[in-house]
Design a protein around this ligand. Structure first.
Ligand SMILES: Cc1ncc(C[n+]2csc(CCOP(=O)(O)OP(=O)(O)O)c2C)c(N)n1
Ligand SMILES: [Mg+2]
Length: 412
């Protein structure tokens, strides 16, 4: 028997600024290897899916394996729509980042590199289904065709903002577009999604919920209580884990601990779980369609770990060059979701470099035109603030007397 000394483990990232990016510990399985499991798969049988990784697109842009054609995601119109959704998302993120840098808003937060996840997932949902997103799932709104003026108005907190200046920029809210109000307290989305799904199972209306959480936030208690509750009551909920390798400046090894994957952790609660290449639009679309079908058929919850990389800063309040090598994003072994889908479509002859450039220019014009219109309604540079009386609206159906008096004292 080996006798040692007790010591603590302090996980760190594989490389720090000034060092060479190191992804040698990341296993990238061949695409096309894992089968499409039966919809009623249980947690035990889902082990290879939770430990492995479902991938469709190979390095040359070919779609391979049973997930490629089995779920109908190769339909040309669907693929082109996916590329346009992601391009639109990327341009909007860039424009709103620039606007914050120009002092026109207080805050912004991009999802660059993660566009495939929200865009492909949303296209598989139906009206009435409800996402419980974090601040990095604006791509769900893009693929739900949410009005751009409302999305941008929310960032400027002007009168185009449906949340009327009450929420931090990026914390959108839209019942009609299946996007539950974002809570800044991470992890809460998971318990809310499970609770909403339970209520909907009781009323038998056929709608499903989707909870969203980042890798870092899986360390919160809410992650665990939501999974346990889902495992007990079997409500119609898809529990998404977006593993983008970072939680602000904290590397994913801290939240992962000794677990091999986050999908494995979910499986430990008795919830079937799959892990997917989140930078592969076709894999995301196919697995999302499978999960939606399973959940809507009353087969209980399912967890999905989307494996990706946060290419941009955490937010406009963050500088990743302080804690990771400058060129780490460019070295990410699973590539860029836009480039990979584009290469696939060009390879199939249903897209071209010329069409791509033209579409990008069209989208840019459309987005800039809307942005200019929305900015006329007020930004931090030309503020047109809401009346302070707004704080008394939108919370109570009937304003309590003490608040009515306070409003009167304020002169409204
Ligand atoms: C309960 C709670 N704790 C801490 C924070 C502060 N916080 C905001 S974002 C963030 C990192 C979250 O990382 P991750 O869950 O990986 O999501 P990502 O930003 O990578 O999408 C933290 C710690 C918070 N908002 N809520
Ligand atoms: Mg993260």
């Amino acid at each position: 028997m080996v006798v040692g000394e007790a010591k603590l483990n302090f996980p760190g990232p594989p490389a720090r600024p000034g060092g060479a990016p190191d992804f040698s510990l990341i296993e990238v399985p061949e695409p096309g290897v894992l089968p499409v499991p039966p919809l009623d798969i249980d947690a035990e049988a889902s082990e290879p899916f939770a430990k492995g990784m479902i991938r469709v697109l190979d390095d040359a842009g070919n779609a391979v394996g049973p997930w490629a054609d089995g779920m109908g995601s190769l339909d040309p119109a669907h693929c082109v729509q996916g590329l346009i959704d992601m391009l639109r998302m990327r341009i909007i993120d860039q424009r709103l980042l620039n606007a914050q840098r120009q002092g026109k808003s207080s805050f912004y937060l991009q999802c660059t590199g993660e566009e495939a996840i929200g865009c492909a997932f949303q296209r598989q949902l139906s009206p009435g289904d409800m996402n419980f997103p974090t601040y990095r799932q604006q791509s769900l709104l893009i693929a739900a065709d949410y009005p751009l003026a409302a999305l941008m108005g929310q960032i400027y907190a002007n009168d185009c903002d449906p949340t009327e200046g009450r929420q931090l920029p990026t914390m959108h809210s839209s019942r009609d577009y299946g996007f539950f109000s974002i809570s800044g307290n991470l992890g809460t989305q998971y318990v809310q999604a499970v609770g909403w799904a339970m209520a909907n199972a009781l009323s038998r209306n056929g709608q499903i919920a989707a909870g969203w959480i980042g890798d870092g936030a899986t360390a919160s208690n809410d992650f665990h209580s939501a999974l346990l509750t889902a495992s007990v009551y079997q409500p119609p909920v898809i529990l998404n884990i977006v593993n983008n390798q970072w939680a602000i400046s904290t590397c994913t090894a801290i939240a992962a601990g000794a677990s091999r994957t986050y999908a494995e952790r979910a499986r430990g609660y008795g919830v079937p779980a799959l892990r997917v290449d989140g930078n592969d639009y076709l894999a995301v679309a196919a697995v999302s369609r499978w999960a939606v079908e399973r959940t809507r058929s009353g087969l209980g919850p399912v967890a999905i770990e989307w494996f990706t990389y946060r290419t941009a800063a955490h937010s406009t309040s963050d500088d990743p060059n302080a804690y990771r090598p400058r060129d780490e994003a460019a070295m990410w072994p699973l590539g860029d979701p836009v480039e990979r889908l584009k290469a696939h479509l060009i390879g199939r002859g249903i897209w071209s470099e010329q069409q791509h450039a033209q579409k990008q220019a069209e989208l840019f014009d459309e987005i800039v035109t809307t942005q200019k219109e929305v900015e006329q309604h007020g930004t931090f540079v030309n503020p047109r603030p809401f009346s302070p009386a707004k704080i008394f609206e939108g919370v109570y159906a009937h304003l309590p007397d003490h608040l009515r008096r306070q409003r009167q004292e304020m002169g409204y």
